[in-house]
Design a protein around this ligand. Sequence first.
Ligand SMILES: [Zn+2]
Length: 463
Amino acid sequence: MKYNIEKINEIGKLLVEVVEAAVDQEGKEEILIGDIEMALREGLRVIGQSALRQFLEQADGEEAEIECSNCGGKLKYQRRRKATIWSVFGKVDYQRAYYAGCVCGKGCAPVDRRYGIEPGQVTAGLAILIALSGIKESFDEGRKWLKEYLLFEVSENTVRTETQKMGKLQQQADKELVKEMQDENCLQKREQSQGAVPDILYGSLDAAKVRIEPRDPQEKAVKDRETWRDLKAGCWYEGEVVPARQQSVRQKDKQQREDVVLRAKNKKYFCDIAEAKEFGKLLWATGCAVGADRARRLVFICDGAVWIWNLIAQYFPQAIQIVDWYHAADRLKCIAKEAFPNEKERHTWLHRVTEDLWQSRVEAVIEACRLLANQSSLAKQSLTYYSNNIERMRYAQFRAAGLIIGSGIIESGCKQIVTQRLKLPGAQWNLDGAILTAKARAAWMSGDWHKLVSARSLLPLAA
Ligand SMILES: [Zn+2]
């Protein structure tokens, strides 16, 4: 937007007078820049409040009669009626024309309808900021943060409500996508319209436990009730080479080992607390949305829970499957620790088998575990683990093909959603609350926040 600078300067001059008077009244001996800033911010907030009120009060005239938007009948002018909204400038009371008397019984304030206002509620502009704090912090912490930024208070409950409203919008978008991608016509139409698909597309899936509170005392009384539920999460992404000058120390180490360091880009996260079967539909739908069904090479890197490989085989049988390198290699470390009290022996063994694994000699790794089966129960268990995943551990071939072999991206994704949000101190969740908060946060992590912002702005109009 372009502003008339002369007018802005005039307003500024007036604001200086107002702020000076206010600061004088405080009677402080020493005024520093921080005090002036704070006084200006507060002054600007009150100006915003006043301007918004005036804007809404001037926005309409008074017709004797208008058409009823509900039924097409006639509405008669009643009076100017008070309404309240909570905006980014705080609480705003305003008077606007109100019409009633239609046969359908519905009244109407045209100003509210025109601007997408829900009287008594938070405006879309404020809702977005509130929700942003609610996906980053516990609702109570979010409330405290907001007070610093906005200079007025909102309740913890408002933070929860607005955050979960955003999650609800993401949930609806997910549902629509699932429906769309199960419809043959939709899929075909999309194939014709969609442009380039990625050359190599990656997918990773994982799960993390979230504690869900019992819904009522009765539920609570049931002993041994499972209150921990799996939040299943997935990520679609592409790989890109990290230029040498941008590499971290850890990545430089990696470069010496692997020649090339890859990182993920265009990350799209999705999540739900649902059975594998339901989650599979979301996997398919979100996958189609990024071209997983048509990518030249589709690669899944996962830590290897059975439900994960089953879903992948069901929906994307063409995909290359890779067991996350770090999980496969870490297991060897644990075996070595259990089997060799002697540090030198341990080190020698570990060095050799890790190199075998790195060079795709999985059979040699299995043989090495077999020889330790009597000394280490973990080695014995791991026979199945490595045997079941031989083809998913051909790391030398995967590396030669220029593929990423670590699933760090989804582990960090789960951590960002679960550890850094759902498990924060003081967090208590019912099932819906956990799902909606997780979905809102995943949207933010995927760079899809603006889509929710648009949908949130339209929400009052849809009602
Ligand atoms: Zn009507």
